[in-house]
Design a protein around this ligand. Structure first.
Ligand code: ATP
Ligand code: MG
Length: 677
């Protein structure tokens, strides 16, 4: 029966091993994720595990979705009912919703995104200095991920002392808002499980087997949670690759891999060496690049997919030429190779690189989808509508209240809001509750109070029905009712020119359509939708989830775990990949901190390794001799990683075919080539 699973010897061993904790440590494309899906099938099909007792954790919603898809082919639907495959953060939401009362939260708590959290911190710091706000916010996040509470911190600088003070107040404020931030989604479950035996016991009994993908990118908090969830039975399998650790900047630590071997003396470590994804040239290039990094565990990857064609390196004059050339090549390959659009991916270091590629693709009529980027959910119009939804789900959410009550303005002035805020604070009420307090009349005059009251009553009307099960109350109906009250379209046209209003309104319509579909497909109540969105906004913004035949444009970070027949990596040049700030390129600031600099380059190298190993058959890298940054035009050099790949052995360099042409001429040339003229 095992042969039919399509696994090699070591993979089988990993799947069959159930006597204790198991760690699969292996390079890219060696079938780690496959081990996870097959192990789930094995547990259910052969060992009689109830799917409800199995939990698999992935890094992104997209990866979770893919895993569910793979499992659906190997486990009968009726047997996979109740299986949990999700991200750490999604599991955190489920956990907190169920256990909220133990930590003084209602199950309708709001999940604040980085933007809202930043706003709270801004108020506490009483500054508009973006850099300062960001530094403090990141510091708090790192502390949370390291499981350090305000009392645990011993500040060594005045700045740290200040951050510690903000950290304390920030936590208190979140609690008052009945809100949590992203880091809390894992931190709070850990804190609760540590101190509450009953909760700990219940979850340890519930989860009979735990599987974790991309283990190298877990942080201290996640490590601790896995440990608590699996408790005494220690039934878990973690898979990872230290060479693909790319989230140190978010508190992830590959020491977790080493720590496992220390914490679990009975840990079974299995290595996989065959790569099933990439042809030899690609694999060899990846191996060469990563051999420049020190590593925790020695690995050798080989493949039997044949040598494959040469890796191509294209040097371009500037980023427009880069985008157009790549668009043109993809178009040509799409026809010549009879490939589908979705067989192609364009990977880049930073989201800002996407725009010029998008423009070129639009002109060339190439369908594309952007994932992992900044976006849709960050737009003002989307955040406006979501503020209403958040407030309906949780009327303690003061940030949502303020946004909703002032967008559109309903005759509620700044002074009134201030009075309301002071009253609420001194009576320990939320802004929403304060409106209904008896003594509010003494603070706010009748005429000013009226619009507030009308607003609050509307929220209440919907609120009463938002918790009802879907068969009693359709969330779609509530959404419609909410929208007709807001009159958001009118608001847009009052505040923007026609084109802007139209495009914003279209975004809102897209959001509503997506929400309604989601509600229907997954049987979600209105309040479930609100928490669901918060999660999406966190990891994969803009992931619209439709299966479509389109070229994938994505950051290197978000490409983790994915594979594509044809991969283009753009901007493979010094300064961009490895990414460097201005000070690194021109100053000597890093001399003081050489160790840190070396670590950063190593992380960038792992990012390069992740990028190269996404490719199955063909890989093309491009770099530009000149690139604009802000208003400057910078002269660039090819990335050191290109030479580390060993250029001469199996790769070929091509010059910009449109050199010396104006953008207009280039486009004309492109069109001609495409239409075969
Ligand atoms: N034993 C096998 N036989 C045939 N194909 C396999 C086998 N194991 C894995 N594959 C295929 O190889 C490809 C890579 O597998 P998978 O995505 O599981 O690798 P991975 O180790 O998780 O990679 P990454 O480190 O990039 O996440 C997939 O297309 C998978 O279906
Ligand atoms: Mg994988």
């Amino acid at each position: 029966m095992i042969e039919s699973l399509g696994l090699n010897q070591s993979q089988q061993e990993a799947v069959l091993y159930l006597d204790g904790p198991c760690l699969v440590l292996a390079g890219a494309g060696s079938g780690k994720t496959r081990v996870i899906t097959q192990k789930i099938a094995y547990l259910i099909n052969q060992c009689g595990y109830d799917a409800r007792s199995i939990v698999a954790l992935t890094f992104t919603n997209k990866a979770a979705k893919e895993m569910v898809e793979r499992i659906s082919h190997i486990v009968e639907k009726k047997n996979s009912k109740g299986l949990t495959v999700c991200t750490f953060h999604s599991l955190g939401v489920r956990f907190l919703r169920q256990e909220a009362k133990h930590i003084g939260l209602k199950d309708t708590f709001s999940i604040l995104d980085a933007h809202d959290a930043g706003q709270i911190i801004q108020e506490m710091l009483a500054t508009t200095d973006r850099g300062r706000i960001k530094t403090v916010q990141q510091q708090i996040s790192l502390w949370k991920n390291d499981l350090l509470e305000p009392d645990d911190i011993v500040p060594t600088t005045p700045d740290e002392k200040d951050a510690q003070r903000v950290y304390r107040n920030y936590n208190a404020t979140l609690k008052a808002y009945q809100a949590v931030d992203f880091d809390d989604l894992i931190r709070l479950p850990v804190l609760l499980m540590r101190e509450n035996e009953e909760v700990r016991d219940r979850w340890q009994k519930r989860i009979k087997y735990l599987l974790v993908d991309e283990y190298q990118d877990t942080n201290v908090c996640q490590y601790e949670w896995v440990k608590l969830l699996t408790g005494w039975h220690q039934k878990f399998t973690a898979v990872g690759d230290d060479d693909q650790a790319i989230y140190a900047w978010r508190g992830a630590t590959i020491e977790n891999l080493a720590k496992l071997t220390k914490d679990y003396s009975n840990l079974k470590v299995i290595k996989l060496e065959q790569n099933y994804r990439s042809v030899e040239t690609i694999l060899n290039a990846a191996n060469k690049v990563i051999s420049n990094n020190p590593n925790l565990f020695q690995k050798t990857l080989w493949s039997t997919l044949g040598k494959g064609s040469k890796i191509q390196i294209i040097s371009m004059d500037n980023e427009e030429a880069e985008a157009e050339t790549i668009g043109m090549r993809i178009s040509a390959d799409h026809f010549n190779k009879k490939a589908q659009w979705k067989d192609f991916a364009v990977l880049y270091r930073g989201n800002h690189q996407a725009k010029v590629i998008e423009q070129a693709f639009r002109q060339l009529h190439i369908p594309y989808s952007i994932s992992g980027g900044q976006s849709f959910f960050d737009r003002a119009e989307i955040r406006d509508i979501l503020a209403y939804m958040r407030l309906i789900a949780n009327d303690q959410d003061d940030p949502a209240f303020i946004r909703a009550v002032t967008t559109p303005k309903r005759g509620v002035g700044q002074t009134t809001l201030q009075q309301l805020g002071e009253f609420a604070a001194s009576n320990q009420l939320s802004l929403f509750e304060a409106i209904f307090a008896l003594e509010i009349n003494e603070v706010i005059a009748e005429r000013q109070l009226k619009p507030l009251m009308v607003f609050a009553q509307f929220i209440q009307r919907i609120q009463d029905r938002a918790h009802k099960p879907v068969h009693q109350q359709s969330p779609n109906e509530l959404l419609d009712e909410m929208m007709s009250y807001i009159r958001y379209e009118d608001y847009l046209y009052d505040h923007h020119d026609e084109r802007a209003a139209l495009s914003r309104w279209q975004n809102v319509l897209d959001l509503l359509e997506w929400l309604k579909r989601k509600a229907q497909e997954d049987d979600m109540r209105f309040i479930d939708l609100v928490q669901h969105i918060a999660l999406i906004t966190m990891l994969e913004r803009n992931e619209q989830e439709q299966e479509q035949d389109a070229v994938t444009l994505t950051t290197l970070h978000a490409s983790k775990g994915l594979e594509f027949p044809y991969v283009y990596m753009v901007g493979v040049e010094e300064g961009l990949l490895p990414h460097m700030g201005k000070e690194d390129e021109y100053g000597d600031t890093n001399k003081d901190n050489e160790e840190l600099y070396v670590q950063r380059i190593q992380e960038e190298r792992r990012l390069m390794y992740v990028g190269i190993t996404r490719a199955q058959y063909e890989l093309t890298l491009s770099w530009c001799k000149k690139r604009r940054r802000a208003r400057e035009e910078l002269i660039r050099e090819p990335s050191r990683f290109i030479s580390e790949m060993g250029i001469d052995s199996g790769s070929q360099t091509i010059q910009d075919p449109f050199k010396d042409m104006s953008p207009k001429e280039r486009l004309a040339q492109l069109k001609q080539m495409l239409t075969g003229g």
